[in-house]
Ligand binder design. Structure first.
Ligand SMILES: [Zn+2]
Length: 741
């Protein structure tokens, strides 16, 4: 399958890497991979219509060339002629995305050629009269055809033949790849992938982009965003044996245990980094070479020894080699991939892990999991780690570190720092102290307010890169936060990464759409730590203003790579990384999601005057979803208990709609001292409604905050001051409780 998230970043393909091992499966894939156009069956069509979920193709006039036959059925078709492809985006979020990519709400696309690949179109094929026998196609037709069949592999890094054979084997007849092209360079690909949670994907591939862009993605049937994640098996356990080499390739042996969740499973597939060298596979596999992996292409498919059924356990192992580390003269070893250096499936899965590491002496070593044993064998350090409960992924780090223990009443926290950071014997390093204070302070703050911590220790390790990563029980921090302490930035970043121990590793976002549950919650938790834990509401105010600026003003964050809120709704999740404005993943999934949580806090805490209600809700959220895969709907269901009938309106406008309101404000004080307020709410849905705070200052230096429920359009309110008081000033939304332009 073509994993959504990977597709966005642009990579996944599986392909035979070696000579056929004699299996029918492999032979079928190979036959399909180099089928000939010369054996095509030709049909002349006019006004031929093909209905698809959310789409329709009208082949106005032209020829179908059917080829790539398996068992006398074609699995590919090239269309030479003219036609129109329509795509009707199934909801408002998708409409906005189609508009962003194509400047129209419903896709109405002229094409002058098309390439289809499918698992089964026997009925369609049989229904068409083959009007003429095959004639050698024109040069133009042939070159155009060759270019189009190369696109899945070259541009999408996707092995179409392999996936077709797999779909045929599994009886997944609806599998479809349809590329509609206008000229040589403008392609729109409509993909029905039966293995994806969201079967329908629409991609745009044209010269303005480096890689194909995911425009739209949706389930083929009525969406239930909280359904069980569709998967073929549950990868519940990993056993690793790693010979780590600092300067050369490391040898990795990885055994995976999977519980089968569907009948007739003959293959298992994984996301797997490109350029990793697999030596052999073992376990319940056909033979040591019955895997599909092409050099320079990510992804791995393994053919099993037999057909497995629901409830069976399958064990597959692979031995592979790769250079795991970068080297920096000053900073030592850094992992090239912090987390995805082994095969994995889907967006998130929770698995048990056991790891045996062997490495050169002279290094400090950090890994996810509990240390079971350590020893020295043959001059090398041997560490055995295991996780107590399933986790989302593992990461490791090693190098020449200094370390400090942070005093914490709850559990040991160790901070590993790069040498030279703490080298002033007289002055110490104030930034190291601040790092230690933020790590320990935010840890205490979350533990007290959210839920108990999951792991036995917390290791915090510096990395010579410019990003951070919160792994289970391990926080990787960029070295910059040890040598700098910008308030509202570095303190937030430290607290953000620590917050992932709760939002990310206690509550695990289930799908690519739910990623705000880890990033948005981590970001807002970090801000609350600054506000309440560090008691610096002034810095929180700066943070809120920075979020506002990034969301509202195009190009403020990440230069031209950001258009702010206009990029789309929060529920697009990882899809906000599109090439149109890659910076908006952070602007929206971190900053706007945090701002949404700020507004939620305003609505459930400030408006009804229930201090602490928001924190109570977050704690409940962590407890209810402890160590589970969690969906956006789980959050909304809980919020409903606090927000009541405001719930749907609130999330519809801030999570599922991309727009934010422009509010025109005016007031006048009448002769009797009454304030008349006029608020016009514009640029949002007609159903928009929100509480909106207005502060009235009085002549005796007191003031009052009133929360008005405003709706889209004109709103008018009257406010009479208490007896003896005179209104001197009126402030609208003075604390930025509501996000507006
Ligand atoms: Zn994060």
């Amino acid at each position: 399958m073509l994993w959504k998230v990977i597709a966005v970043l642009g990579a996944l393909l599986i392909f035979p890497a070696r000579p056929a091992s004699g299996s029918d499966f492999k032979k079928a894939v190979e036959n399909l991979a180099d089928y000939s156009f010369d054996s095509a069956a030709v049909a002349h069509v006019s006004d031929f219509e093909l209905n698809l979920p959310y789409g329709m193709a009208n082949f106005k006039e032209g020829k179908f060339y059917f080829c790539a036959f398996i068992d006398d059925e074609p699995t590919a078709m090239y269309f030479d002629g003219i036609g129109t492809f329509y795509y009707y985006p199934p909801d408002e979020i998708e409409i906005q995305q189609v508009r962003r990519f194509y400047d129209e709400d419903t896709l109405n696309l002229h094409f002058d050629r098309a390439y289809f690949a499918f698992a089964d179109i026997k009925a369609w094929f049989d229904s068409l009269p083959k009007t003429e026998s095959f004639n050698k196609p024109k040069y133009r037709t042939r070159t155009s055809w060759e270019q189009m069949i190369g696109i899945p592999d070259n541009a999408f890094k996707y092995d179409l033949p392999l996936n077709i054979v797999q779909a045929r084997f599994d009886g997944q007849k609806r599998f479809l790849w349809a590329d509609f092209a206008d000229g040589k360079f403008n392609h729109t690909v409509y993909h029905f992938d039966p293995y994806d949670n969201e079967e329908i994907s629409l991609f745009k591939y044209s010269p303005e982009f480096i890689s194909p862009q995911l425009v739209s993605s949706y389930p083929a049937d009525e969406p239930d965003w909280k359904k069980e994640i569709k998967r073929r098996c549950d990868l519940f356990r990993y056993d690793f044996d790693l010979e780590l080499s600092t300067y050369a390739r490391s040898d990795i042996s990885c055994k995976m245990s999977l519980e089968v969740e569907q009948d007739s499973l003959k293959t298992v597939d994984f996301a797997f980094p490109d350029n990793y060298k697999i030596d052999r596979i073992w376990g319940d596999v056909l033979d040591s070479l019955s895997f599909f992996k092409k050099k320079d292409r990510p992804g791995l498919m393994i053919e099993l020894s037999r057909v497995f059924h629901k409830g069976d356990t399958v064990t597959v192992g692979l031995d592979y080699r790769t250079n795991l580390f970068y080297h920096f003269i000053r900073f030592g070893v850094v992992q090239k991939r912090l987390t995805r250096w082994y095969p994995y499936q889907g967006y998130r899965q929770l698995s048990d892990y056991s790891m045996r590491y062997s490495l050169d002496k002279g290094y400090r070593f950090i890994s996810v999991g509990d240390l079971v044993s350590d020893s020295v064998e043959g001059g090398r350090l041997i560490f055995h780690y295991a996780t107590a409960d399933p986790v989302a992924y593992i990461s490791l780090n090693y190098g020449v570190f200094d370390s400090i223990e942070v005093k914490n009443p709850e559990l040991p926290i160790t901070i590993y720092i790069l040498p030279g950071i703490n080298d002033s014997p007289i002055f110490g390093n104030p930034n190291l102290e601040k790092t230690s204070e933020d790590v320990s302070g935010s840890f205490q703050f979350y533990r007290e307010h959210f839920a108990p911590y999951r792991f036995k220790r917390l290791d915090v390790a510096a990395m010579a890169v410019m990003y951070g990563q919160g792994s289970p029980g391990v926080v990787h921090l960029p070295y910059i936060v040890f040598s700098r302490s910008l308030e509202g930035y570095d303190d937030k970043l430290r607290a953000h990464e620590v917050a992932h121990q709760w939002w990310g590793h206690i509550v695990n976002p289930a799908t690519y759409r739910d990623v705000w549950l880890s990033e948005g919650l981590a970001e807002y938790s970090a801000a609350m730590y600054i506000e309440q834990g560090k008691k610096r509401p002034d810095i929180m105010w700066q943070v809120l203003n920075q979020w506002h600026k990034d969301i509202v003003e195009s190009g403020k964050a990440y230069g031209k790579r950001s258009v702010g809120y206009k990029a789309g709704a929060l529920f697009l999740g990882e899809r906000l990384k599109s090439e149109l404005s890659q910076g908006d993943f952070i602007v929206l999934i971190y900053s706007k999601a945090a701002y949404m949580l700020h507004m939620l806090r305003y609505e459930i805490e400030t408006v009804p005057k229930r201090p602490g209600a928001f924190m109570e809700m977050l704690s409940e959220f962590a407890h209810r979803n402890y160590n589970k895969l969690t969906f956006t709907d789980d959050f909304i269901d809980l919020a409903r208990e606090y927000l009541g009938e405001r719930t749907d309106s609130f999330f519809d406008q801030w999570l599922f709609d991309w727009r934010i309101p422009k509010i025109k404000k005016g007031h006048e004080i009448s002769k009797d001292g009454t304030a008349i307020l006029n608020l016009e709410v514009k640029e949002v849905d007609a159903d928009f409604a929100s509480y909106y705070p207005v502060r009235f200052d009085f002549n005796n230096r007191t003031s009052i905050m009133v929360h008005y429920l405003v709706s889209s359009g004109e709103n008018s309110f009257e406010f009479s001051p208490p007896p003896g008081k005179e209104i001197t000033k009126v402030y609208f939304n003075p604390n930025k409780d509501i996000l507006e332009k």
